[in-house]
Design a protein around this ligand. Structure first.
Ligand code: URA
Length: 233
């Protein structure tokens, strides 16, 4: 099998992305630097960035448009509906990456790749997550700037956020907010800190990865390009 296909099958990225990785000299076959077009068989030991790749470990990656009214756990003690109820059986033993509240909807990833799940949820990596927020009433420019520069939650200032007003009606507002942390109920609590209640909350993007036209409650597999993108986010 060609080295680029082998790497792509191991979930490293698209074949084109894998060609680039080979060209960068990051791949070794049996201890020597791989070149484009090299072939690998069952007996070869392939390493990327010094780590051995095991073609038998294939991870699964899914994206769900979570509906509200379900919890982000594999099993709920209180018997509530969970996000697992919306996953197709063929998804196997994947688990949700991070959390969305019971009443929050939108983009939720699932995987059995512990490394990626850890990367995406570790606060030090500051992965940007964008939410569509609807609030009742109008937020003043001054309060928007308070949210942008950080408000105090649990005695600590939240990191800078990016906020864009999507629409402002007489008695409600829709905004996009991008945060790089994942404190418990962070968006709701940030708005509560300026005296506003969030009446609708939906995660629409992780980095540049969005929901596209995926319907509420539906799940799809991530493409190898998307997996590669998330691994390098
Ligand atoms: N912020 C919230 O308040 N809730 C979520 O589910 C995610 C972010």
């Amino acid at each position: 099998m060609r080295i680029n296909k082998f790497l792509a099958d191991c979930g490293i990225g698209s074949r084109r992305a894998c060609d680039k990785i080979v060209e960068e000299g990051r791949v070794q076959i049996d201890g020597r630097t791989a070149r484009l077009g090299d072939e690998v068989g069952d007996r070869n030991i392939v390493m990327i960035d010094g780590e051995v790749l095991n073609r038998n470990i294939k991870h699964s990656y899914y994206l769900m448009n979570k509906p509200k009214g379900c919890v982000c756990t594999v099993k709920d003690d209180k018997g509530r509906r969970t996000v697992m109820d919306y996953l197709p059986e063929s998804a196997g033993r994947v688990y949700p990456v991070g959390r969305l509240d019971y009443d929050t909807e939108g983009l939720l990833l699932f995987t059995d790749d512990g490394d990626l799940a850890f990367r995406l949820t570790h606060p030090k990596n500051e992965i940007p997550k964008t939410y569509l927020v609807k609030i009742e009433g109008i937020v003043s420019e001054q309060d928007l700037n308070r949210l942008r520069s950080g408000v105090f939650l649990d005695g600590k200032r939240t990191q800078k956020s990016h906020i864009k007003v999507v629409s402002a009606m007489k008695d409600s507002m829709r905004l996009h907010i991008t945060i790089t942390e994942g404190k418990n109920r962070q968006v709701r609590r940030m708005f509560a800190a300026i005296g506003k209640e969030v009446v609708f909350l939906k995660r629409i993007r992780i980095g540049e990865l969005g929901l596209g036209s995926l319907e509420r409650g539906k799940t799809r597999k991530l493409s190898s390009e998307e997996v590669y993108y998330l691994k390098n986010l």
